[in-house]
Design a protein around this ligand. Structure first.
Ligand code: 5GP
Length: 193
């Protein structure tokens, strides 16, 4: 088990509805030493890639993305969740269905911060069905930029997102892949790699 798998095993809580709670170190209280180790690991895994920007999504991706960005020495842009609809023009817009809140959000990024010279590493905390990633990829594409890679803390391997994103040909690196989890026993199994 790697450092993140060990921490999930120790402090993660399995909830009904395929939700893994990691509020004590990732999603609410944040363990910055752990984020630093994640940054170091992503830096290794994306070695040689020309990355000049990190893109994430509000809210829980922001903390991780900021610490990861220190290892790449690049700025972070986060897609904002917005209720407004009349933003076309100055904004790239994508529709994202929230896995945890079961609602649709528009996410927006100002055209000022992404363009055809953007070589983007997308970072997020979780990958479930891949809706958030699809939205972020769509935004980079709309800007004419390049997705150089995708770094995820926790992929739930029993949901469809990982397979879908890898089939699209992206380098997707998930630091922990949960293959099964049981809310009754609390047992979490990780993919052997
Ligand atoms: P997707 O769009 O891939 O279905 O879901 C990814 C998003 O939903 C992530 O940005 C994350 O915030 C949230 N999410 C999905 N599954 C979980 C989960 O099991 N636990 C937590 N804490 N967040 C999740």
């Amino acid at each position: 088990m790697n450092f993140l798998e060990e921490r999930i095993q120790k402090d993660g809580i399995v909830k009904e509805g395929n939700v893994l709670k990691v509020d004590s170190f990732l999603n609410h209280q944040m363990d910055i030493d752990l984020f630093n180790m994640m940054g170091e690991e992503f830096k290794k895994r994306f070695e040689g890639k020309n990355i000049n920007k990190i893109l994430t999504i509000e809210a829980s991706g922001i903390g991780i993305a900021c610490i990861v960005a220190q290892h790449f020495n690049v700025p972070v842009v986060f897609a904002k969740k917005s209720k407004s609809i009349n933003l076309e023009g100055e904004m790239y817009v994508a529709e994202v269905e929230s896995f945890t809140h079961k609602c649709k959000n528009q996410v927006i990024v100002s055209k000022k911060y992404l363009d055809e010279d953007s070589h983007v590493l997308i970072i997020d905390d979780f990958l479930a069905n891949g809706c958030a990633l699809q939205g972020l990829i769509g935004i980079v594409q709309a800007a004419g930029g390049t997705v150089e890679g995708i770094g995820i803390a926790v992929e739930k391997g029993f949901q469809a997102g990982g397979k879908m994103i890898r089939n699209l040909g992206y380098q997707l690196e998930s630091l922990a892949i949960v293959d099964s989890m049981d809310p009754q026993t609390g047992k979490i199994e990780f993919r052997q790699r």
